[in-house]
Design a protein around this ligand. Structure first.
Ligand code: NDP
Ligand code: 8X3
Length: 253
């Protein structure tokens, strides 16, 4: 029977790479994000490669609980029983000291990384409990293990993702539903362009002098966790570039 994977933030970076890995492995994938043009473009490509019913685009903002609910309710028959939820949508904004940060950036990070993840969990997991099967993958970060300079609020949101993942795993321990936290280090995506509000040069410097991870490296880890035997729960995985030791120690050439 076909397995359905829902990926939030599938229009770019790690989420897009997860969509590639899961479609090519034969899963049916719901791609979500706010960028409708990119969603349609990606889905067209996947349908050409893997057939007309391999993907389903859903355009909405994870911060908006009503929009999340409406989007999930709009799924056609055959797409509603989600087997795997990849809570990936997220972002960092700014790298200022905490006492100089922009409160609007703080709200966007908290609303997306914490409340967006909670919105999707609240909507999708009850169906998994009812069907007695499922897997939730939350995208944490090495940033959630310890704060780094200027990381303050972003690091706090990823620490919250760790706590929420652990909490969900405890709350679901009486079920066969598995809960996994993936904690990537430096992955070259649109992440730093978004963080620095479109400053491409500054974004490029984040990945200079080191071979960073790619979205595909993380997607392979997600697929590994999902394909582990049913009695194996990959609880938490920290994935770093070889020359990164933690959120602060990066050895550049
Ligand atoms: P990208 O900027 O490349 O992708 C972010 C994705 O999140 C986009 O698809 C974007 O879609 C989506 N998104 C952002 N805000 C919203 C929103 N309000 N509603 C719906 N979708 C949203 O970054 P990454 O792929 O790198 O980031 C993905 C996740 O991985 C994030 O949670 C990030 O914190 C985490 N991470 C990234 C690391 C890195 O070094 N890159 C390392 C560790 C963790 P759209 O614009 O279409 O809405
Ligand atoms: C993204 C990785 O180290 O830039 O979570 O915060 S880092």
């Amino acid at each position: 029977m076909k397995k359905i994977v829902m990926i939030t933030g599938a229009t770019s970076g790690i989420g897009e790479a997860c969509a590639r890995v899961f479609t090519s492995a034969g899963y049916h994938v719901i791609l979500t994000g706010r960028n409708r043009t990119r969603l349609d473009e990606l889905c067209d490509g996947f349908m050409k490669a893997y057939g007309p019913d391999c993907v389903m685009p859903l355009c909405y903002d994870v911060c908006d609980l009503d929009a999340c609910t409406r989007a999930v309710e709009s799924l056609p028959a055959g797409w509603k029983d989600i087997d795997v939820l990849v809570n990936n949508a997220g972002l960092a904004l700014g790298l200022e000291p905490e006492y100089e940060g922009d409160p609007a950036d703080w709200s966007t990070m908290i609303d997306t990384n914490i409340k967006g993840l909670l919105n999707m969990t609240r909507i999708i997991v009850p169906g998994m409990v009812e069907r007695n099967c499922g897997h939730v993958i939350n995208m944490g970060s090495v940033a959630g293990d310890a704060a780094y300079a200027g990381g303050n609020v972003y690091c706090a949101t990823k620490s919250a993702v760790k706590a929420l993942t652990d909490g969900l795993r405890i709350d679901l321990a009486h079920t066969p539903i598995r809960v996994t936290l993936i904690k990537p280090g430096l992955v070259e995506t649109n992440f730093s362009r978004v963080r620095f509000h479109g400053d491409n040069d500054r974004a490029a410097r984040v990945y200079s002098g080191i071979e960073p991870l790619t979205g595909a490296d993380i997607a392979d880890t997600v697929l590994y966790a999902v394909q582990a035997p049913a009695h194996v729960q990959i609880a938490e995985v920290l994935v770093l570039a070889t020359h990164q030791a933690n959120g602060s120690v990066i050895c550049r050439r």
